[in-house]
Design a binder for this molecule. Structure first.
Ligand SMILES: Cc1ncc(COP(=O)(O)O)c(C=O)c1O
Length: 405
């Protein structure tokens, strides 16, 4: 079946975070320009209509006309759909006892931090990495224990094994939050790398929570390996994932944690009350994982093309920027350091002059991210190209003004 990703929905006035709640973004970036004409590439939230079987499932729930307390244990179809998806997409056999419902992948990460560390303990992050992990760690009174990925060539991110071993060896560091694939750099970790990370953590008594919410979005020819498939000794391994990013169902809240080790699973669930799902979450997730595989394949093909187009257009219109096609995710991590701007100047040119909203890199990499921007390619190709053209014109004007000053 053909799907149309070239036409975005007009999502204004539909309770969206992205279009209807500028206050949220102003709290993160005071002074951000967000108006009717702003192209918004700042959130991992796509503007495409969702897969038709999911919409049909929503209709069935709505038409029934009652929306009472709901649980994930009320139907075997919930866990069956997850087991089916991992079998189909990854050749991996999950057991139903391993699966625990959560409202979102981030909730599963938070639940891990709460269960396996105490206030004041360290939680390891390898930057650049998804900024909201830092928020979870801080709100729970834990500290970020940073490690930095190496980048020997543009976009070629590698683990700094020596640095990672050192940070894991500190006794106060109890949990490692791995992002796999890694938002914002798009790195898809190999089975060998995953095994090495897991081994180092296990030897040092560190629990790994692998956030694999972006795992279904990978470039053609790239294979994502779920951590529980790569690693033999799973005594310190928690995987969190969900349908949220793959099918853009964040508003439904349907994610899960997968924990094969029984003792780990018990501790994970102790003293933590997970919010209940809605009937829409249940129905949406089951439809997504059982009826929408071809839609995901079509989306991946579209995103592969968007990535290639965007990187080529950046080379043409923003010749000093360094962009690369990431192995996974729909996120571009672009290095603007050769423009010689401060982080504030970058935001001024991109957001205020070009009227494009993207997220500055410091949120994801407090040490080295000041010259980077995170662009979520969550819109039709034409919108993305227009955003890059606008940025190109704004940088050209900025450089010419600077040259005259
Ligand atoms: C790596 C990563 N984890 C978690 C989330 C949030 O996911 P959820 O809405 O399922 O909590 C995001 C959203 O962008 C993400 O990129």
């Amino acid at each position: 079946m053909q799907y149309d990703f070239d036409h975005a929905l007009d999502r204004r006035n539909t309770y969206t975070l992205k279009y209807d709640d500028p206050g949220y973004f102003r709290r993160l970036a005071p002074g951000i320009r967000l108006d009717e004409d702003t192209i918004r590439l700042l959130l991992a939230d796509t503007d495409f209509p969702c897969a038709p079987p999911i919409t049909a499932a929503m209709h069935r729930v709505a038409d029934f006309g009652t929306f009472g307390y709901t649980t994930a244990d009320s139907t075997p179809a919930y866990k069956d759909s997850i087991i089916h998806w991992y079998d189909r997409r990854y050749g991996l056999k999950l057991e139903r006892d391993w699966i625990i419902y959560s409202n979102g992948a981030l909730d599963g990460v938070g639940q891990t931090v709460q269960a396996f560390s105490r206030p004041g303990d360290g939680v390891i992050l390898c930057h650049p990495v998804y900024s909201n992990f830092t928020g979870v760690i801080g709100r729970m009174g834990r500290k970020v224990a940073p490690c930095h990925l190496l980048q020997p060539a543009v976009g070629d991110y590698r683990m700094d094994w020596e640095g990672f071993e050192q940070v894991c060896a500190r006794p106060e560091n109890k949990v490692f939050i791995l992002c796999s694939p890694e938002n914002p750099i798009g790195r898809v970790w190999t089975a060998e790398e995953l095994r090495r990370m897991a081994d180092i953590c296990r030897k040092n008594g560190v629990v790994v929570v692998s956030d694999e919410i972006h795992s279904d979005i990978v470039r053609k020819g790239v294979k994502h390996t779920p951590i529980i498939d790569a690693v033999d000794d799973l005594s310190n391994i928690i995987m969190v994932s969900g349908v949220n990013k793959t099918f853009n169902l964040m508003g439904l809240h349907c994610a899960y944690s997968v924990i094969p080790d029984e003792a780990l699973r018990r501790q994970f669930q102790e003293d933590y009350e997970v919010g209940m799902p809605t009937p829409f979450a249940m129905a949406g997730m089951i439809a997504a994982y059982t009826e929408c595989e071809d839609w995901v394949d079509a989306l991946n093909q579209y995103l592969d093309e968007s990535m290639e187009l965007a990187v080529a257009r950046i080379k043409e219109k923003l010749p000093r920027a360094k962009a690369y096609v990431p192995q996974g995710t729909y996120i571009l991590w672009v290095d603007f350091s050769d423009y010689g701007c401060s982080p504030d100047e970058l935001q001024l040119v991109v957001n205020h002059k070009a009227n494009v909203a993207v997220q500055g890199g410091l949120a994801h990499d407090p040490e080295q991210g000041g010259q980077y921007m995170r662009m979520c390619l969550t819109s039709p190709k034409a919108v993305i190209l227009e955003a890059i053209d606008r940025m190109g014109a704004a940088f050209a004007a900025y450089e010419s003004e600077r040259g005259q000053a």
